[in-house]
Design a protein. Structure first.
Length: 216
């Protein structure tokens, strides 16, 4: 099979996973169990020495970094209309995708894996607490982006796309951080609408994801 996607359940690899499924692509989904350290094994390091997901292999060529993968899939499957085609609308969609990836995503990493940034327990606790509050504000910003769209619209156009899948991922991560997603009513409604999509629901089932992990 010419297309392979290396993914980890619940990671940002959910975004290209949904794109491939919605495009009706023939691809091989390959699970990488991060909690078991499979990203550090020699076979995976040979594919991506950074030990990260997602990784897309297209006809033997390795593509890493979610922004690059999203743009590649958008061009590979133009009929899926993942991103707008008009220059300004496309630029704005990529702008939002980059913000999700380079601002919201790393903030959650400071909550979920503070040990990556300090080996001191007190510093880790402070990182987690501080970034949890920051993340709440970022979810509010994401909700404002949702509210700016018509109730029936997807985040980057007429079709469900990578921004919608990433919004679901970031909101789900918030629930892991102890943030109740129902606090953000418009965002949470949008996330549930994304999850109800037939292709997305296949990915959710394959990754065995629970949409809301908030425990109150």
């Amino acid at each position: 099979m010419s297309l392979k996607l290396y993914f980890a359940p619940g990671a940002c690899s959910f975004v290209p996973h949904c794109m491939l499924q919605r495009a009706g692509a023939e691809y091989e989904p390959i699970m990488v169990k991060l909690h078991k350290g499979e990203q550090h094994e020699a076979d995976y390091q040979a594919i991506n020495p950074r030990g990260q997901v997602p990784v897309l292999v297209d006809d033997g060529q390795v593509v890493t970094q979610i922004l690059a993968i999203v743009l590649h899939l958008d061009q590979k499957f133009p009929d899926a209309q993942f991103l707008p085609t008009s220059p300004l609308a496309r630029t704005k969609a990529i702008e939002t995708l980059a913000w999700m990836n380079n601002t919201v995503h790393p903030t959650f990493t400071h909550i979920f894996m503070p040990q990556k940034f300090s080996d001191q327990a007190d510093v880790q606790a402070n990182l987690k607490a501080f970034n949890t509050q920051t993340y709440k504000g970022l979810l509010s910003e994401l909700e404002s982006f949702v509210s700016a769209k018509a109730p029936s619209a997807w985040l980057s156009g007429d079709q469900l796309g990578p921004l919608d899948a990433y919004a679901l991922t970031l909101t789900r991560w918030g629930s892991i951080a102890g943030i109740n997603p129902s606090t953000y009513a418009l965002l949470w409604a949008h996330v549930q609408r994304v999850a109800a999509d037939q292709a997305v629901s296949v990915v959710i089932e394959r990754e065995r994801l629970q949409l809301n992990l908030f425990k109150g």
